[in-house]
Design a protein around this ligand. Structure first.
Ligand code: 13P
Length: 241
């Protein structure tokens, strides 16, 4: 078991004004929250600065959605570690399936980004997951084990979060059965030298299924997409029973 981390991945949603409005509502809904649960919001780059000023410490941590492996250079459209740490960012999503599917991310580039994140004191959230056709072909374990092995070359497992996000469950409302997510996360854990790494589940996590997901022994948290956009619903997820 690792530390419990509930993270929202806003993807390409929310302007600065919308982000501040969200924080205003979320902060008031988290008063009763269990302090042992870390809450992370992975916001678009453009909202990070103003969110950081609004949070200044507190229960809620900031995350970004990508990081380049170089500190600076001719890499149009990319963001580096120092640019994120200056804004008070602590976490960064790496190798999300949408980056892999639409923007050519590979296990190798995800690995570079994980190492870069760690070298700047950020905690990477490395995403892995199989497609529907890979699952149907009985390849789930092989695909996941390969993603983990390649993604973690030369990576320090003392500052790492992994998110198991089956691609067929993302944004589809088709959640992976909690027991099956638990089983695959157990397979991931067998690949790790540090058994304390936080391993989250992601894919259609909602207020009405979070309790069952978090009741699973191998699952240390959630990476929540669509259901993290509404502060009241997200607070219910953070305050899972
Ligand atoms: P949904 O919760 O919208 O399925 O997205 C999951 C996800 O991709 C989080 O990174």
């Amino acid at each position: 078991m690792g530390k419990i981390i509930i993270a929202g991945n806003w993807k390409m949603h929310k302007t600065q004004a919308e982000a501040l409005e969200f924080l205003h509502v979320l902060k008031s809904s988290l008063e009763e929250a269990n302090e042992a649960r870390e809450v992370v919001l992975c916001a678009p780059f453009t909202a990070l600065g103003i969110m950081s000023k609004s949070l200044h410490g507190g229960l809620i941590r900031l995350g970004a959605q990508n990081i380049h492996w170089k500190e600076n250079g001719a890499y149009t459209g990319e963001i580096s570690g120092p640019m994120l740490t200056e804004l008070g960012v602590e976490y960064v999503v790496v190798g999300h399936s949408e980056r892999r599917q639409y923007f050519g991310e590979t296990d190798e580039t995800a690995n570079y980004r994980v190492i870069a994140a760690q070298s700047h004191g950020l905690t990477p959230i490395l995403c892995v997951g199989e497609t529907k056709s890979q699952r149907d072909a009985g390849e789930t374990e092989t695909v996941i084990i390969n993603q983990i092995k390649r993604g973690l070359v030369d990576v320090d497992q003392n500052n790492l979060v992994i998110a198991y996000e089956p691609i067929w469950a993302i944004g589809t409302g088709d959640t992976c059965e909690a027991s099956e997510a638990n089983r695959v996360i157990g397979v991931i854990r067998e690949q790790l030298s540090n058994q304390e790494v936080t391993i989250q589940y992601g894919g259609s996590v909602k207020a009405n299924n979070i309790d069952e997901i978090m009741a699973q022994p191998e699952i240390d948290g959630a990476l929540v997409g669509g259901a993290s956009l509404d502060p009241v619903g997200f607070a219910r997820i953070v305050n899972y029973h």
